[in-house]
Design a protein around this ligand. Structure first.
Ligand code: AMP
Ligand code: ZN
Length: 492
């Protein structure tokens, strides 16, 4: 590590990102010149991830792709939390994993394996690239114990229920959150003996007479690590400290990340937060929520939207990726089925425009208009990942006529490598997904449509309407005059 600021990327626009710690835009200056080390808080694998959670990974992936585009060698880590996350982000409730295991009659390890596989499949569908490493919390328990041992004397106190971090022992606790949350106030009741509302568990002892499925011996008794400790340890182990960027959803700005920062300050023996290096990462970045009409999408209500449901209803998963990119990551994004339908149409248009150059071989870009668009695209992405603007530039390039196909293909490839929509690999047929509820197959649809065309040609509108109703009853919507040349779609 070096304290001297590393030079900005040699070419192109300087990369500026919003750092939640300072609440401002900052130039990206890597800790290790030429490299970008990024840690993203991953899922707690006690349940499926909903599409709101998936927004967090699309954001982290887009950030990673942008860093690669800017020429940095990316080392991205995503963790899998398979122990230690309680039903509240504060220290209340049961371990989410143990609770899921009990209610589903499976072992906590089986639950973790099952939901990890499901999660990774969804990431693949969304074109999220694999991280350099998946860090699984239970693989790091000895390192967690070593980390906790190093900070225990000066920063922690022991209660009957476990080892707790005393937040008054570090400067500026909670600066990232900017406010003491109501949840912080409420949780003082939850654990008897806690000195401050915001103090949190580093190690939770297994209550006397109980056995947990996941528990380890430690200097503070048999038990399990606290969730916040896990991320501090895995980040330090895999990326060194400080590393460049720590990401997560905006809810983590309130409790989880302030707690990670407090631990990191303690571990690095640092009295103040004046230097962002001491928080463990130079930049802390947070995506805003996916909401629906009822508010923030969450798992606790029991009812939530999974990517699988979107696919079951006939929407290609990359339409959801595009939906995420249409909003800036720091804005709330409201999900609606109508919105997703419009996004799918936008994706189809892009795929069709890209199809005209799919067969071309790529060459260097000398065309001034294409080079201009690429420069503007670079500027948009370098401006705190302005994906809404970047998308319009991609569309401009895709729509460009009278341009060398090889150069156009090269420009689209470069832009799509950042946005991850797989435009040159997808065909319009790939985007037409049969909803589960449809009761008719494509050849049968085409046969009825041919009969309907004949009826219309003969001006027999009664017959034409009857055939249209027949299709609707089978879950197929007829779209007369569809500008995309799709004259039907499978209805939801
Ligand atoms: P969890 O599995 O609950 O730890 O959440 C995984 C990731 O999803 C975290 O980064 C959360 O901050 C993020 N997240 C949770 N709910 C939402 C939401 N509605 N919209 C966007 N991100 C979310
Ligand atoms: Zn985390």
């Amino acid at each position: 590590m070096t304290d001297a600021p590393a030079p900005l990327a040699e070419s192109g626009a300087p990369l500026r990102l919003f750092n939640s710690l300072t609440r401002g835009l900052e130039d990206f200056r890597p800790v290790h010149p030429g490299e970008a080390r990024v840690y993203s808080c991953g899922p707690t694998v006690y349940n499926y991830q909903h599409i709101g959670n998936m927004r967090a990974y699309v954001f982290a992936d887009t950030l990673g792709r942008t860093l690669s585009f800017k020429g940095y060698a990316l080392r991205h880590i995503i963790n899998i939390t398979d122990v230690g996350h309680l039903t509240s982000d504060a220290d209340a409730g049961d371990d989410k994993m143990e609770k899921a295991a009990a209610s589903q009659g499976k072992s906590a390890w089986d639950i973790a394996a099952f939901y990890t596989t499901e999660f990774k499949r969804d990431l693949g569908w969304l074109g999220v690239r694999d991280p350099a490493k998946w860090t699984v919390a239970t693989d790091y328990v000895p390192r967690m114990i070593a980390f906790a041992t190093r900070i225990a004397d000066a920063h922690c106190y022991e209660l009957g229920s476990g080892l707790y971090f005393d937040v008054s022992t570090v400067a500026d606790y909670g600066r990232l959150a900017r406010a003491v949350t109501d949840e912080g106030e409420a949780r003082i009741e939850e654990v008897e003996g806690k000195r401050h509302a915001a103090d949190f568990a580093i190690w939770r002892k297994t209550p006397p007479g109980e056995t947990r499925q996941m528990e380890w011996d430690s200097p503070w008794g048999r038990g399990a690590p606290g969730w916040h400790l896990e991320c501090s340890v895995m980040g330090e182990a895999e990326l060194g400290m400080p590393f460049d960027i720590h990401t997560g959803g905006i809810d983590h700005r309130e409790i989880h990340h302030p707690n990670e920062i407090a631990q990191n300050q303690a571990y690095r023996g640092c009295g103040s937060l004046d230097c962002a290096e001491h928080s463990g990462a130079r930049m802390w970045m947070h995506n805003n929520f996916l909401i629906d009409r009822g508010g923030k999408m969450s798992k606790s209500s029991g009812e939530f939207l999974r990517l699988q449901l979107l696919v079951d209803r006939g929407y290609h998963p990359l339409a959801y990726r595009l939906m995420c990119l249409q909003a800036h990551y720091r804005s709330e994004l409201e999900f609606s089925w109508e919105g997703l339908g419009a996004t799918l149409t936008r994706l189809k248009r892009l795929v069709m425009a890209a199809a005209s150059v799919r067969g071309a071989a790529e060459t260097g870009i000398t065309d001034r208009r294409l080079a201009d668009l690429l420069a503007k695209f670079d500027a948009a992405m370098s401006d705190d990942l302005n994906t809404p603007v970047a998308l319009t530039l991609l569309e401009e390039a895709a729509a460009m006529k009278k341009v060398d196909a090889s150069q156009k293909r090269a420009a689209l490839t470069a832009m799509d490598a950042v946005l991850g929509l797989q435009l040159l690999a997808l065909s319009r047929e790939d985007l037409r997904i049969r909803p589960k509820t449809a009761t008719i197959d494509e050849p049968a649809i085409e046969t009825i449509l041919a009969r309907r065309r004949d009826a219309r040609a003969a001006k027999d509108f009664a017959a034409s309407d009857a055939l249209r109703d027949e299709l609707i009853a089978a879950g197929v919507e007829v779209m007369d005059g569809d500008p995309l040349g799709w004259d039907w779609r499978l209805d939801n």
